[in-house]
Design a protein around this ligand. Structure first.
Ligand code: UT7
Length: 350
């Protein structure tokens, strides 16, 4: 059975830069607070009515396809990871497919939030290794700025997130010991509501009680159960228990990386480049310290883009490659943690 490898990568971020200072216009926050707690200096926001998760994914995909030395016609399966899809359904995979003229091939949308790229990579890896597909296009793309609460109430979530997309082509490789060596996926739904975008949805008050999440009152059917109460009480935004997410993240990142190292017989010292999901610079630095890695072996770019969820790893990995920091033969470690909670890791011999 051949291994699979990442044959080409690309990323796209919107041109519009939004600095921490820009956010002060809408909410009670400060550049010092945001930088000190998260490391973020600025993030990108998509152009309303023009850019979407699907369109940004298309731009990233075009670059990945070209760099893999193939054309869109060669792609035989699409995996699209996003928590901010253009439509409630169908998913972004088919929209991207239509734009790239790849009609007919399978398109799978996955909802694994910050771990979306690693989950997608693992799925692509299994399909390629089994011989089912030869060119899987994996995209992670997010349009967060369309769904954030710009009031002070939402500041803990809003200051963190940014828009962008990253993509990869996964192909088989016959080269011994090269490619995706191992992937590890986990989830614990006990914490589903700790970082969630609850409404709109069809939960009907089932999980959290009817009062707290705006259901029912004088509910009208339709709109995926959007009620006036939800609108009046600003219950149509993401919510996050930041400290709880932080606490879990700093435990689960090292755990799942160790799992990947143990599965392959490597140690942290063998890692040439670690690309963590860009959740918070303090989380990345904590994990780096735990692994004992020097700065030059860790790629962080949250300072420029904020947390782009499913797009953060492919954007960061593409940047690291473009900067010449990922070379042939390098051992690359990817890891992510986020909403679900979900978490995962991958080790790749480049
Ligand atoms: O992608 C994966 C998912 N997300 C994450 O991994 C995020 C993990 N969590 C975090 O990164 C951090 O918890 C945050 C950056 C979100 C928040 O940092 P924190 O140090 O955990 O702050 P906190 O939520 O405990 O809040 C501390 C204080 C509060 O004020 P009081 O109650 O102490 O007066 C907050 O209201 O900071 C306040 N605060 C802010 N102040 C200024 C929260 N957000 C802001 C803000 N600007 N943006």
């Amino acid at each position: 059975m051949p291994n699979s490898k990442i044959a080409g990568m690309g990323f796209y971020v919107p041109e519009k830069r939004v600095t921490n200072h820009d956010l002060i216009e809408y909410m009670d926050t400060s550049d010092e607070w945001i930088q000190e707690r998260t490391g973020i200096v600025e993030r990108r926001y998509a152009i309303k009515h023009e850019e979407t998760s699907a369109t940004m994914g298309v731009e990233a995909a075009k670059i990945a396809i070209e760099r893999a030395g193939i054309t869109a016609k060669d792609v035989d399966f699409i995996i699209f990871a996003t928590l901010s899809p253009d439509y409630y359904f169908p998913g972004c995979g088919v929209l991207l497919q239509r734009e790239l003229g790849m009609q007919g091939i399978g398109a799978l949308d996955i909802r694994n939030q910050c771990s979306g790229f690693i989950y997608g990579l693992s799925i692509a890896d299994q399909f390629v290794k089994s011989g089912m597909y030869k060119n899987v296009l994996l995209v992670g793309s997010e349009y967060h700025s369309a769904g954030l609460d710009y009031s002070t109430q939402g500041r803990n979530v809003t200051v963190i997130f940014g828009d962008g997309a990253g993509a990869a082509i996964i192909q088989p490789t016959e080269e011994e010991g090269k490619g995706i060596l191992t992937t590890h996926l986990h989830a614990d739904g006990t914490y589903a509501e700790q970082l969630a975008y609850i409404n709109p949805g069809c939960h009907g008050g089932k999980w959290l009680g009817k009062k707290g999440y705006g259901y029912p009152d004088e509910t009208k059917f339709g709109g995926m159960f959007i009620t006036q109460h939800m609108v009046d009480n600003e219950q149509l935004f993401p919510n996050m228990n930041g400290p709880a997410v932080f606490k879990f993240a700093v435990t689960k990142f090292p755990e799942v990386i160790k799992e990947a190292l143990d599965a392959t017989g490597y140690t942290a010292e063998d890692i040439d480049m670690f690309v963590p999901h860009q959740a918070n610079l303090r989380i990345s630095q904590f994990v780096q310290k735990k692994l004992g890695l020097p700065n030059e072996k860790v790629w962080n770019n949250i300072q420029k883009y904020g947390n782009t969820t499913a797009a953060s790893i492919p954007i960061a990995l593409t940047e690291a490659i473009e900067a010449g920091k990922v070379k042939e033969g390098d051992l690359v470690c990817l890891a992510a943690f986020g909403s679900g909670f979900t978490w995962g890791s991958a080790l790749i011999r480049w």
